[in-house]
Ligand binder design. Structure first.
Ligand SMILES: Cc1ncc(COP(=O)(O)O)c(C=O)c1O
Length: 290
């Protein structure tokens, strides 16, 4: 399926889908973004994504002309133009073009673009088998450094965590916060099952407030599975009955090992039940694009 590009107010062909070398998103990582899913021609939890985007824009003081409405329009227009029923949408707002120098006030007009394309983070056999995780040596910056709740264009921490995982022959990395508690994976949230209850680290341990995470917590409650936000350490993962990651890109994917040690058994009944409930609920939680 052909990718679709919306750049600063209009759909453009791939050759014209470009930003300036002077864009501060590229030069300084000055911007925020959302990754969304179109599922059966509906954008999954679009309003939640727009809320998170608005809060990120406000946090970095980036004023988008037309506000978050312009961003919603970009996502809907790109999704509508995409030929397939399912797509990954990457919506990006940067500080825009400006002279060299980090000063955000030197940029006059933000850049807004949205790409609609396919994405497959993990092949089917890995999803079925479960991912091998490592504990990354890089730590999550604290909220007074680079607040993990802002989905900014500064993903070097995640890139280095993922790189370390790949270099060590694993699939994904668990990133700890400054206190040694589990924050999240490189670009996904972490869940464990312990004594039948579903646990995930709270946002103030360095987890992004993931929209898939929120949906999993809601679905668990509907299924009668106790679900809580709880600080976790590596020990909680190593001794878990089940462990899985969630994210717009990853969806829900189970883990089978951490740093070479096995997590849980072959059966993953809670992950399977949540995944089934997720697939049933997803279409009803989307905003139609047509
Ligand atoms: C660092 C990080 N954590 C968690 C997530 C999962 O969030 P969501 O479920 O909203 O995609 C993402 C999203 O891609 C992410 O980049």
């Amino acid at each position: 399926m052909e990718a679709v590009f919306y750049v600063n107010g209009a759909l453009v062909p791939r050759e014209e889908a470009k930003v300036s070398l002077f864009d501060h998103g590229l030069l300084y990582g000055d911007g925020v973004f959302e990754g969304m899913r179109m599922i059966d021609r509906r954008i999954f939890r679009l309003e939640d994504h727009m809320r998170r985007l608005a809060s990120g824009l406000a946090a970095v003081g980036l004023t988008l002309p037309g506000g978050v409405e312009a961003a919603r329009e970009a996502a809907l227009t790109a999704a509508r133009a995409y030929r397939g029923r399912d797509a990954y949408l990457r919506l990006v707002v940067t500080r825009g073009e400006g002279p060299l120098g980090v000063d955000p006030f030197s940029c006059e007009t933000p850049t807004l673009f949205c790409i609609a394309d396919g994405i497959a983070l993990f092949p089917a056999e890995k999803r079925a088998r479960g991912l091998d995780l490592i504990t990354a040596s890089v730590r999550k910056p604290g909220p007074d450094q680079l607040d993990p709740r802002v989905k900014s264009l500064n993903y070097m921490n995640s890139v280095l965590a993922k790189r370390e995982a790949r270099l060590r022959g694993a699939d994904e990395a668990i990133v700890l916060n400054q206190a040694g508690r589990v924050a999240e994976a490189s670009v996904a949230n972490v869940f464990v099952v312990r004594e039948g209850a579903l646990l995930t680290p709270p946002a103030n341990d360095g987890a992004l407030e993931g929209i898939t995470r929120k949906t999993v917590l809601e679905l668990a409650k509907e299924l009668g599975i106790p679900a809580y936000e709880r600080s976790l350490t590596r020990v909680d993962l190593l001794s878990a009955e089940e462990c899985f990651l969630t994210g717009t890109g990853a969806r829900l994917v189970s883990a089978r090992s951490l740093d070479g040690a096995r997590i849980g058994g072959e059966e993953r009944p809670i992950a399977a039940a949540i995944l089934r409930a997720f697939e049933d609920a997803a279409p009803g939680l989307g905003v139609p694009v047509d």
